[in-house]
Write a protein that binds this ligand. Structure first.
Ligand code: MSP
Length: 521
């Protein structure tokens, strides 16, 4: 087995509509994790894709008078393009309409049916069309769907079921033994106490009221429930085949990390592990559950007119400004919030004033006092910034390892603020006028340039284009994460690029007017 491999996946969004910035956050987060793992020299496989079956897509296609295939093709392209706009570089893209996926889903269904883990029975209960979910009487909340609060229809029908109850003990044991199976850990307690301990009801995995799905090949009146179909993407992306396991599957499975939103954790924390147990396959190592990105403090929805899309945002902000904003706004434990006002103020405070200003000030001084050449350092000299740099990197590394990107960003910003403070305290412009202070001036500017290198490398997985720009500015080609275990690694004597402003301050009022004009026209 390849110990240095890292297989990471996002959930696969429905190809029913354009993803909003909340959905997009998940891809930016996973892209950041994937880039960081690559910097740690892992052989990374980053997989994403689109979930293309189900009644919703069938109905939307009907409304547009096109086939569901065509509908899903269009939206899948829109989704792919959104990830491209956001500079998310995945390695695999799986569509649940891919023929090898459809074949593998049928193969798995048949095998579990033969094994007795899937059986045909009768369902009596309530059905929610928008959620495509069945509910029992006791699960309803005030006679409405417990998930979306909409009306449900009484149903009695023959259907296929997954015998999840048979595996609940085994799954409980897995949770007992693997305390970090779900991050943050409190979600595991929720799964154990609210679902596993009370007992699992067998799970309905077929539908026969519509056609757009993977057919059960031995009973073609039925299609396979979209969630079972979709979960299997995590192995079909690696070209899983029951009879003939692919090289990629052998190399990358089990997944090291599934990244999912909190609303779909249940499927990933219960159904998916049980399906894998039924197939005698190893379980994913970890599931990272992220919070929700809200518009101000409410859920984004088309009907409330508060949906923000990344492809609109890039008309007013750089890709990195958006990546930075959402990654900083979302903590591991709380929902985050987005609004145009907040993006502008975060941009001005953190990117323009703290980071941009630091880089420009230091490079300007190196240009002015040393003709743009990074000065020689007296290696015996004491360094005030060294301790702060090494400490910031250590903390940053720990947070990145725990997928707490928001805290990792705070470490970088704190360090940059310390550097700005250091400039104000050491006043290099006064030292420059004093012949006897040249050595000291050299040391100060060298250490500041080295600190900028630290900041840029730490920013590489988060805001890659900007980080590259900063590294280019100081003409540094060493992007090795390990080089940050030592301070004063930057090469002296290198000529830096002519200083450029990386982040121009924005005028809040003017920017808001520009945004309003765009949406009104
Ligand atoms: N198709 C399923 C996933 C199947 S995975 C085997 C699905 N798709 S989705 O398009 O509805 O959601 C995709 C992801 O976006 C989910 O992880 C979901 O939690 C996430 N988000 C949806 N709204 C969100 C926010 N407002 N904020 C953050 N993430 C959000 O579910």
């Amino acid at each position: 087995m390849d110990n240095k491999k890292f297989y990471v996946t996002t959930s696969i969004p429905y190809a029913s509509k354009k993803p909003h910035i909340g959905n997009t956050y998940e891809f930016i987060l996973t892209d950041t994790i994937s880039r960081f793992k690559k910097m740690q020299n892992f052989n990374v496989c980053f997989c994403t894709g689109t979930d293309e079956h189900g009644q919703k897509i069938e109905e939307l296609a009907k409304k547009e008078n096109i086939s569901p295939e065509k509908y899903a093709n269009n939206v899948s392209e829109i989704i792919k393009n959104m990830w491209k706009i956001m500079n998310c570089s995945y390695d695999l893209f799986i569509r649940t309409t891919d023929s090898h996926h459809v074949k593998a889903v049928q193969q798995i269904f048949n095998k579990l049916y033969e094994k007795g883990d899937i059986y045909k029975g009768t369902y009596e209960g309530w059905y929610c069309v928008p959620c495509e979910s069945f509910w029992t009487n006791s699960q309803l909340v005030e006679n409405k769907c417990p998930e979306c609060n909409r009306d449900v229809k009484k149903t009695k029908e023959t259907a296929y079921f997954l015998k999840v109850g048979k595996y609940q003990e085994k799954l409980l044991q897995h949770y007992e033994k693997n305390k970090d199976f779900i991050v943050p850990n409190f979600y595991a307690d929720e799964i154990i106490n609210n679902f596993l301990k009370p007992g699992l009801q067998d799970f309905c995995i077929s539908r026969n009221t519509f056609k757009w799905g993977v057919p059960i090949d031995f009973d073609p009146d039925f299609v396979i429930y979209v969630w079972l179909d979709a979960l299997i993407n995590y192995i079909t992306s690696l070209k899983f085949d029951l009879e003939n396991p692919s090289e990629n599957f052998k190399k990358f499975w089990p997944a090291d990390l599934h990244v999912v939103g909190k609303d779909i954790l249940r499927f990933h924390a219960i159904i998916w592990p049980i399906v894998l147990m039924m197939l005698d396959l190893p379980l994913p190592k970890q599931i990272l559950t992220h919070q929700w990105l809200l518009y101000k403090d409410s859920k984004m929805s088309k009907s409330s007119g508060n949906v923000i899309y990344a492809d609109d945002l890039v008309n007013f902000f750089s890709v990195d400004t958006i990546r930075f904003y959402v990654l900083k706004a979302m903590s591991l434990n709380h929902d985050g919030s987005i609004s145009y006002d907040n993006i502008i103020s975060t941009y001005n405070t953190d990117l323009a004033n703290t980071i941009g200003n630091l880089v420009k000030r230091v490079c300007d001084m190196i240009y002015k006092y040393f003709d743009g050449i990074i000065p020689e350092i007296n290696s015996n000299s004491e360094s005030v910034l060294e301790k702060i740099a090494l400490e910031s990197f250590k903390n940053y590394y720990k947070f990145m390892e725990n997928y707490d990107i928001s805290e990792a960003i705070s470490q970088i910003l704190n360090f940059a603020r310390e550097c700005n403070k250091y400039i104000d305290q050491t006043t290099p412009w006064i030292l420059a006028k004093d012949e006897t202070k040249q050595e000291l001036l050299k040391n100060i500017l060298y250490d500041l340039a080295e600190s900028i290198r630290f900041i840029a490398i730490m920013f590489l997985p988060i805001i890659p284009q900007t980080a590259e720009k900063i590294l280019k500015q100081i003409n540094c080609s060493n992007k090795d994460l390990n080089s940050l275990n030592e301070f004063r690694n930057l090469k002296s004597g290198t000529k830096i690029e002519k200083p450029e402003i990386i982040f121009n301050r924005m005028n809040q009022e003017e920017k808001i007017k520009e945004i309003e004009k765009y949406f009104n026209s």
